[in-house]
Design a protein around this ligand. Structure first.
Ligand code: NDP
Length: 446
């Protein structure tokens, strides 16, 4: 089975899966990169690999009823997308956010297939979550929601089949409540979730891993131009898990991060965010409803309501909040202000047009599936520590993380080297794809 052109295939995907805009966007990007690789490989064409790789193996959608503190009954929708298990058990986070829908989770699960492949570990692609909004909920309400969510999800996951983790709105607290409920239902203590606290099976460096890994990836990109992080000015969006630890590692390596944000706006601290100020942000964001504008009040810096930080002059930009938070206009402002490194801590934060602009300008652009793979990489390392029941030290995990980010960078260079510049989008997509597609062919029509 072959399609006449990329466009032909994309219109087939849009007809087959209507109204899933983010999923179409993610497919378009990947197919744009892997098209030539597929055309050159008869096995991929005869095996209809394209159609199979964009179709999830399984999608589970379920009702999540829960009682609030006043005794009112609420109902949210729960999802788990088990997209591709060719190279390992499904692996990917759970997102709790009111914007969650099937199209968003399918884009995230689809990206996850290639990201997990790039890590070199044995993990397939999955993602899940709910349209539940944790903001403003009491601790008790969060627990009740997590227990109800896991009561159904527990029927579909397991340490050898599907191992979820956190994502937006799901951190150590939520993982704890879900792990407790899983254990209660199944009566087994296994590594069924990652992102656990270290006292009960979690890995050191897992909270730090996505942000640290993104900065290690930036270091590798900079080396290709004989540059280093030290002394560079960086803008960061978001102020959650990924943003906080990207900021921390930038400070460790001598850069000057100047912005953080949330859905209400961004703060600009021209003096540079320090470790002490970052500690304040971490404490602030423990409460999910707290706003980053508190930082501006405390440290007497400016807060730009309703805006994103891409108008601020910088060398390095790290979008670490959410999908499509950086558009083509932002991309143009960034590069015209001298920004020459963009690494996506978040998943698909740059729109298609923004990505095209970065590639046209030949800047160092690290797409999410490569740059933010450190989180899932350490989740994979958490799974292996759970299997062996032998915890590693922080230093050991951090060294493994660095090694994996360096190898992902090398894979991107191998598949994305265009002579005068490295197209990391092609590099990551092709590098991630060939392993999964080859494994699917090996395993027959399943
Ligand atoms: P958190 O929930 O810890 O933080 C999310 C941050 O992004 C908050 O500052 C939040 O602000 C902001 N945000 C969320 N939605 C929006 C929106 N619609 N508009 C503007 N800002 C928004 O999540 P994480 O830090 O874990 O995740 C951030 C990104 O990184 C996501 O794209 C996620 O998929 C990706 N990622 C995360 C990994 C991980 O290990 N955690 C691994 C790989 C990728 P507010 O509080 O106002 O909502």
């Amino acid at each position: 089975m072959n399609y006449q052109s990329k466009e032909d295939f994309l219109s087939h995907v849009k007809n087959k899966f209507p109204n899933e805009n983010e999923f179409h966007q993610a497919v378009e990007e990947v197919v744009g990169s892997i098209w030539d690789t597929i055309q050159k490989n008869k096995n991929f064409i005869d095996g209809n690999i394209l159609d199979r790789i964009v179709t999830p193996e399984r999608v589970i959608i379920f009702r999540v009823p829960w009682l609030d503190d006043n005794g009112n009954v609420h109902v949210n929708i729960g999802y788990r997308i088990q997209f591709n298990s060719a190279i390992g058990p499904y692996k990917g986070g759970l997102r709790f956010h009111p914007s969650v829908n099937l199209g968003i989770l399918k884009f995230l699960a689809f990206e996850q297939i290639f990201k997990n492949s790039l890590t070199g570990l044995s993990m397939g692609g999955g993602k899940g979550g709910s349209d539940f909004d944790p903001k403003g909920k009491s601790d008790n309400e969060i627990m009740k929601f997590c227990q109800s969510f896991m009561t159904e999800l527990s029927k579909h996951i397991g340490h050898n089949s599907d191992v979820p983790a956190g994502d937006i709105g799901v951190g150590g607290r939520e993982i704890g409540y879900m792990f407790g409920q899983y254990k209660r239902i199944k009566n087994e203590f296994t590594g069924v979730l990652t992102g656990k606290k270290t006292d009960w099976g979690g890995s050191l460096i897992r909270p730090e891993a996505t942000g640290y890994g993104a900065v290690y990836f930036v270091e590798e990109m900079l080396k290709t131009r004989n540059e280093s992080i030290s002394g560079k000015v960086a803008t960061i969006s978001g102020s959650g898990n990924v943003a906080q630890f990207a900021c921390e590692k930038l400070i460790h390596l001598g850069a000057k991060p100047v912005t953080l944000s949330d859905s209400s706006g961004y703060i600009l601290d021209s003096e540079g965010i320090t470790l002490e100020k970052l500690e304040f942000v971490k404490e602030l964001k423990e409460k999910r409803s707290a706003r980053i504008s508190e930082y501006a009040k405390k440290y007497n810096v400016e807060f730009f309501e309703g805006k994103t930080p891409w108008e601020v002059k910088c060398d390095i930009a790290l979008p670490c909040a959410t999908q499509n938070e950086l558009n083509d206009k932002d991309a143009q402002i960034l590069t015209s202000n001298g920004c020459f490194v963009v690494a996506e801590g978040a998943n698909m934060p740059s729109t298609t047009e923004a990505v095209q602009h970065f590639i046209k300008e030949k800047i160092l652009f690290g797409p999410g599936k490569a740059a933010n793979a450190g989180g899932v990489a350490v989740s994979g390392i958490e799974m292996s520590q759970n299997s062996t029941r032998m915890p590693l030290t922080s230093e050991e995990v951090d060294n493994l993380l660095k090694g994996i980010m360096t190898r992902i960078h090398a894979t991107c260079v191998q598949y994305g080297n265009k002579g005068d510049f490295i197209n990391y989008v092609d590099g990551a997509n092709i590098g991630g794809f060939v392993r999964v597609a080859g494994s699917m062919i090996d395993q027959g029509i399943v």
